[in-house]
Design a protein around this ligand. Structure first.
Ligand code: C2O
Ligand code: CU
Length: 480
């Protein structure tokens, strides 16, 4: 297997041939894209299942209601949401509604895990329209549980968004992107080595979208809305079309951006979402186009630590290489191609103002030889309060990445605005809107501003590289 791994350092075409290595397995774009079912009951039951994917791969899975990905939840702002989480997987778990602001006992804090039976959720949807998601949040085993299939979309709508008449129904496509590793007999496996746990996170060589390996999907030559969710444990993607075609970013983690932003590539880190408009009637010559993850650079942070991922033979180079994601086959025989008149202003947003800031905090992300990644020098402890915040306060947090690998930092119970980032790159299009997860590259300092209006209680913030999180790169924040 090490052979296949080494192949990753070479050209993307090599990756493809590694995949097919000696078997007939997985020609690119062989399988049609599938869509998760919609949630049809007031229960999410997590149970083990042996799943065959595309007739070729087998995954020793954990599934919500037997579905990979988990069923899609759709709700309108203002609605009440009640659900029973039934835990039949034989290990501790609890569900977190990523990006949603809910009371502390509804948030899936790792202290609330149950090892069997059920946990009742009941809260009011008080979010802007947007692409949220749900996944387990037990301490030290979130990575394997998400990897084995426990993750789904939670899509919220509201009036402001409906007024835009964005593509809907079959023209709105949710895509959860997850990479996985496969052994010689086609089994997907999760077995992070020490350096994977401590340094890079678990990076797979095979891309699954909505549970299908490198799928294809037939689209009409017209505009589509693509709701992207990076549900990978550790891999960052740089979303692009093979031919460099541009697309329009209309939303991020916390819903619509103030203005649409045109771009031809977009970084999306684990936990992040990106809402895109793609017009397949314009500029795509031919009848298909490939969505890829384009190469990008991960700065090294210098020094011994900076070279460590490479020295350990994993990491640095694996993150940032090009990957094929999926193929869109474009059907040009449609009579009318509706166009979208996007207004200049998608959404009215009042971000918190710097004048209201009552406190600034520095959040240092360090790599330590013995412990792995720490937040302000410490590993997670279940009930230790690391940051205390008065309800209603506006704060600026500065994430300082002193380590050699990227950290997508996620804060529960809040949506924030990214203010600035030091270093070689600027803000990216999704960062013009509300965020709950922000990518902090090695050596970067990223400042975010937010107002903590959630109910008082204990929440967490952590790195969304799930191996880092599981290894303790998480901390408690208490709203008082
Ligand atoms: Cu998506 Cu605390 O996680
Ligand atoms: Cu991290």
């Amino acid at each position: 297997y090490t052979g296949a791994s080494a192949g990753l350092l070479l050209a993307p075409s090599i990756i493809t041939s590694c995949v097919t290595d000696g078997t007939s397995r997985s020609e690119l774009y062989q399988y049609p894209l599938q869509f998760p079912e919609s949630l049809d009951r007031d229960e999410l039951k997590a149970s083990p299942s042996n799943l065959t994917i595309a007739g070729e791969y087998s995954l020793d899975a954990f599934l919500f209601n037997g579905s990979l990905p988990g069923p899609t939840i759709r709700k309108r702002r203002g609605e009440r949401f009640q659900i029973q989480f039934q835990n039949d997987i034989g290990q501790e778990s609890i569900i977190h509604w990523h990006g949603m602001i809910v009371p502390p006992e509804m948030d899936g804090h790792p202290k609330d895990v149950i090892s069997e039976g059920n946990y009742s959720y009941d809260f009011k949807i008080n979010q802007r329209a947007g692409t949220y998601w749900y996944h387990p949040h037990p301490h030290q085993i979130t990575g394997p549980q998400v990897y084995r299939g426990l993750a789904g979309f939670f899509i919220v709508t509201d009036e402001e968004e409906e007024a835009l008449n964005l593509p809907s129904g079959e023209f709105e496509i949710p895509l959860i992107i997850q990479d996985r590793k496969i052994d010689d007999s086609g089994n997907l496996y999760y077995n992070p080595s020490m350096p994977e746990r401590m340094m890079t996170g678990y990076l797979g060589e095979h891309i699954f979208i909505n549970g299908v390996p490198n799928p294809h999907h037939e689209v009409q030559a017209r505009p589509y809305r693509l709701r992207l969710l990076n549900g990978s444990n550790a891999r960052i993607y740089n979303i692009a079309f093979r031919n460099g075609h541009s697309f329009t970013v209309i939303g991020s983690d916390g819903g619509l951006l103030p203005q649409p932003v045109e771009t031809s590539e977009l970084l999306i880190a684990p936990g992040e979402r990106a809402d895109l408009l793609v017009d397949f009637s314009e500029g795509f010559s031919g009848n298909s186009t490939e969505l890829i993850s384009k190469e990008f650079s991960v700065p090294s942070n210098g020094g011994m630590m900076g070279n460590m991922p490479q020295m350990m033979g994993q990491g640095g180079p694996e993150q940032g290489i090009e990957f094929p994601l999926m193929k869109f086959r474009i059907n040009n025989d449609v009579d009318s191609s509706p166009s979208i008149n996007l207004p200049q202003q998608l959404s009215e947003i009042n971000f918190p103002s710097r004048n209201d800031v009552v406190r600034e905090r520095e959040i240092e992300l360090n790599m330590e030889m013995m412990t792995g990644h720490t937040i302000n020098g410490r590993l997670f402890e279940m009930l230790r309060v690391d940051e205390q915040i008065s309800q209603g306060d506006t704060e600026i947090w500065e994430f300082i990445n002193n380590s050699a690998v990227p950290h997508p930092m996620h804060i529960h119970a809040v949506q924030f605005k990214v203010l600035n980032r030091s270093g070689y790159r600027d803000l990216i299009p999704t960062e013009s809107g509300w965020k709950d997860t922000v990518l902090v590259m090695p050596g970067e300092r990223v400042r975010v501003i937010m107002t903590f209006n959630a109910q008082s209680g204990l929440y967490v913030f952590h790195c969304h590289n799930l191996e880092h999180e599981d290894a303790g790169m998480m901390a408690n924040l208490e709203i008082t």
